[in-house]
Design a binder for this molecule. Structure first.
Ligand SMILES: Cc1ncc(COP(=O)(O)O)c(C=O)c1O
Length: 411
């Protein structure tokens, strides 16, 4: 059985590229994240090829996966980076990124973060507040830096078709500035002498089910830019969808690109994909601790939880769950739950699974994006290791935390 170009059963054992996942787990234990660099590179190249006719520049959204080896590998294939905090800027520069290839976004950048970004010379700041522009202008003066290149984030007042927690473009959303506010700024650019208003940024949400909302929002954006012809760059953010379910079909990126292309003629295009590059390159491996049958249910307790992967609890997100060793025989409906003391700690509800027993290992699929970056120490659980597979080699990119690590800043 083949899940994607890198993840498949080989001799009934779940394999990432040329590596048997169980061989990794025998050394690092569970829970553990495992990433395929080959799959991630393939996703990046596929996106780049899809948007090549528009010469789009891809800035990987670091919030999706900030692992240094992932960032280094993306830097090596020519990705830029989308950062949303001073910490992410620090992280990508440690991974070798050129500051000029960073776009710095975020609805609540502090003065310290803006000063840090300006000092490091980030390529773009995506501004989301009028007050932020005053900060940038002052800080650029203080740092005696060249004019700071800014894209204004548009809130197009368009609701994306996605989970409400992932929709960011409706008027009531906290993100961006509405058209009237942006017009007010672009009508008087001289009010900010140390800012070069060069682009409009927009990100209406993630896991976008179709392009309708994007196209409606883009039309609003273009109605704005036509009145300010010196704006030549459009940053359309991220949001390209990922198939989280085995039978799910999503619009392929070249089709999305085609839908956008004629509207964007004459503009430089930037994109900030996150999940479309890393989600299906990663999985989270867990061990079955207990199986209990009660109240007409089969409850499979595993050693991974919402502390390691919060997406099911936070968004009701679906991650397919498969055993590391392919099993024959009848399946049964089971609830796959973690050990955390929250009823929301359900990793998979009503799943058809082979009869699992304690000690069996399972993989939560498509967990490479917003998995480890959202992991926490809730219930004082040490965060899991991250393993990176490159062809037939693998390495522990980040070791498992120890109890002492969890207490590090208290003692
Ligand atoms: C401004 C911005 N850009 C890019 C992204 C990446 O989104 P995705 O991982 O869905 O591509 C996000 C996600 O929250 C975002 O807020």
């Amino acid at each position: 059985m083949v899940f994607n170009s890198s993840i498949r059963y080989l001799d009934q054992r779940l394999t990432v590229d040329e590596v048997d996942i169980e061989a990794i787990i025998d050394e690092v234990g569970t829970p553990a994240y495992v990433y395929s660099l080959a799959r991630m590179r393939r996703n990046f190249h596929r996106l780049r090829a899809a948007f090549a006719p528009m010469s789009a520049r891809l800035h990987f959204s670091v919030k999706a996966n900030g692992n240094l080896d992932i960032l280094r590998a993306l830097n090596a294939v020519g990705a830029g980076f989308d950062c949303v905090s001073g910490g992410e800027i620090y992280r990508v520069t440690q991974a070798g990124a050129d500051a000029d290839d960073i776009v710095f976004a975020g609805v609540g950048k502090t003065r310290a973060e803006l000063a840090y970004a300006i000092k490091n010379g980030v390529g773009w700041i995506n501004a989301e507040n009028v007050g932020e522009l005053s900060h940038i202008d002052q800080l650029a003066g203080k740092a005696n830096s060249k004019a700071v290149r800014v894209a204004l984030r548009l809130n197009p007042e368009v609701t994306a078709h996605t989970h409400p927690y992932m929709a960011t473009g409706h008027g009531a959303a906290k993100f961006g500035m509405t058209t009237d506010v942006i017009r007010g700024l672009l009508d008087k650019p001289q009010a900010y002498p140390r800012i070069r208003f060069a682009g409009i940024h927009m990100h209406i949400g993630s896991q976008l089910a179709d392009s309708d909302a994007t196209l409606a929002a883009l039309d609003k954006l273009l109605a704005l830019t036509k009145d300010y012809p010196w704006i030549r760059t459009i940053n359309l953010g991220g949001g390209l969808p990922v198939a989280y379910r085995f039978n799910e079909t999503i619009t392929p990126p070249d089709q999305v690109a085609e839908q956008l292309s004629y509207r964007l003629e004459g503009y430089d295009l930037l994109l900030e994909p996150g999940r479309a590059i890393v989600a299906d390159a990663g999985l989270l491996v867990a061990e079955v601790l207990y199986v209990k049958r009660q109240a007409g249910q089969t409850i499979v307790v595993v050693d991974a939880s919402m502390s390691e992967l919060i997406r099911p609890a936070l968004y009701g997100a679906h991650h397919e769950i498969v055993p590391l060793r392919q099993m024959e025989g009848d399946t049964e409906t089971a609830q796959v739950v973690g050990p955390v003391c929250e009823s929301a700690d359900v990793l998979g509800a009503d799943r058809e699974l082979p009869p699992l027993k304690p000690g069996d290992k399972v993989a939560l699929m498509t967990a490479g994006a917003y998995g480890m970056t959202m992991a926490s120490n809730y219930n004082a659980r040490p965060r899991p290791p991250e393993v990176v597979v490159d062809g037939d080699r693998w390495l522990v990119s980040r070791r498992r935390e120890k109890y002492e690590d969890v207490l590090r800043y208290e003692i």
